[in-house]
Design a binder for this molecule. Structure first.
Ligand code: PMP
Ligand code: GLN
Length: 395
């Protein structure tokens, strides 16, 4: 074939860093604290619910917008936990994970040349989705050590082409949980400049210490201009089930459903029935889930204290950022491009520990080169083994 068949819009798109690091972990027999997925199963009763649904003949296509009982369960959850009223018929769509919800939303809302502001480090699919939709990503940096953002930087990034601000709280990869003050500032700008907000809340039930998850849709003026995206994968430790959802006013939902029907049409039926059931057990399930994740976070933090990797304590999600040790001794020096990738490759090959180098999650700042991301959705044995390997890494 002499002709270039690939579309121009995918030029420059590489393989996701998560796939790359999991492959390297496998090839090098390394402990995997890289890609974000639990190395344990979600509850047995949930698997049984899926099997029951299969045995009851719930094996054919679901309605494109998702089964009504799951949409109702999500609507009830949003009311109970956040005081938000959503119509399950017209405002909630079940998607193949949050990934498809994000893709369908960006495709549905972006025109060629529209600017989309995202906070960096960003979850990598936002940038790819915006480019695939013909939009232009713009970046506002969450700055170390507490990953705060500068209000003026955000305001100055808004132009007459800006259409959407993307937020992710609790945040992957930093573990930041946006405060009410920060959300109010974003909401104020969204209302002032008539912008939409896409709010990725897949870690909505994973907050620690005194942090509280607040959906930006619950702020004044925001309900009709927000698309809230979440996923059962994180909350029920079943990332492979790929059941997510997008919630927004009926006008935006109509647009999202148009793309969704041509992307996946519908999501696996037995899984939807099982997750609908799981929501009915949320009150009893969540305290145990949250306690276990807090213990995992604290175990990894404790173990890291005896390594040369300094952790930024996460307030939410199941990730934490650690500083690359060498850089503590060369303060003020900007590390080379790909420095974090070099260290991550050295760690996985020579120290048998896979991490995620986060510079790929930045479009503007160099700060990503100074850190690595660790995932603590892992068994105690994995966390201890991972820290043991990190401990061997000396400057
Ligand atoms: N958003 C964020 C912030 C994530 O971390 C992830 C995956 N870990 C997703 C979206 C994708 O979720 P899903 O697996 O449900 O597609
Ligand atoms: N969200 C997961 C992470 O942050 C990865 C999901 C994926 O590999 N697409 O590691």
């Amino acid at each position: 074939m002499n002709k270039e068949f690939s579309a121009i819009r995918i030029k420059g798109m590489g393989t996701s860093i998560f796939s790359t690091m999991s492959r390297l972990a496998f090839e090098n027999h390394a402990v995997n604290l890289g890609q974000g997925f639990p190395d344990f199963d979600g509850p047995l009763w949930l698997m049984e619910e899926a099997f029951n649904a299969m045995k009851e003949g719930k094996n054919q296509y679901a309605p494109t917008q998702g089964i009504l009982s799951l949409r109702k369960a999500i609507s009830e959850m949003q009311k109970k936990y956040y005081g938000l009223d959503w119509n399950p018929e017209t405002e909630i769509t079940i998607t193949a994970g949050a990934t498809e919800a994000l893709y369908s939303t960006f495709q549905a809302l972006i025109n060629e040349g529209d600017e989309v502001i995202m906070f960096e480090p960003f979850y990598d699919s936002y940038q790819a989705d915006v480019i695939l939709a013909g939009g232009i990503p713009k970046y506002v940096t969450l700055k170390k050590p507490d990953f705060h953002f500068d209000f003026d930087e955000l305001e100055h990034t808004i132009t007459d082409k800006t259409k959407i601000i993307v937020i992710n709280t609790p945040h992957n990869p930093t573990g930041k949980v946006y405060t009410i003050e920060e959300l109010k500032l974003i909401a104020q700008l969204a209302v002032k400049h008539d912008l939409l907000v896409i709010s990725d809340e897949v870690y909505e039930f994973l907050t620690f210490d005194n942090s509280k998850h607040i959906p930006i849709a619950s702020l004044p003026g925001m309900k009709d201009r927000t698309v809230t995206i979440s996923s059962a994968g994180k909350t029920f430790s079943m990332t492979g089930w790929k059941i997510g959802w997008a919630i927004s006013c009926s006008k935006l939902t109509d647009a999202i459903r148009k793309v969704h029907q041509w992307t996946t049409f519908a999501v696996n039926t037995p899984g939807q029935h099982a997750i609908a059931h799981a929501f009915s057990r949320l009150d009893e399930y969540l305290p145990v889930f949250q306690k276990e994740y807090l213990e995992r976070r604290d175990l990894l933090l404790k173990e890291l204290k005896t390594t040369s990797f300094n952790a930024h304590i996460p307030k939410g999600s199941y990730f934490m950022m650690v500083d690359i040790p060498e850089l503590n001794t060369m303060s003020g020096v900007t590390p080379d491009i790909d420095y974090d990738e070099e260290i991550a490759i050295e760690l996985v090959k020579n120290y048998k520990i896979a991490t995620i180098p986060p510079s790929v999650f930045y479009g503007k700042s160099d700060e990503g080169r100074t850190m690595l991301r660790l995932c603590f959705a892992k068994s105690n044995e994995t966390l201890i083994a991972g820290a043991e390997n990190l401990r061997k890494y000396k400057i």
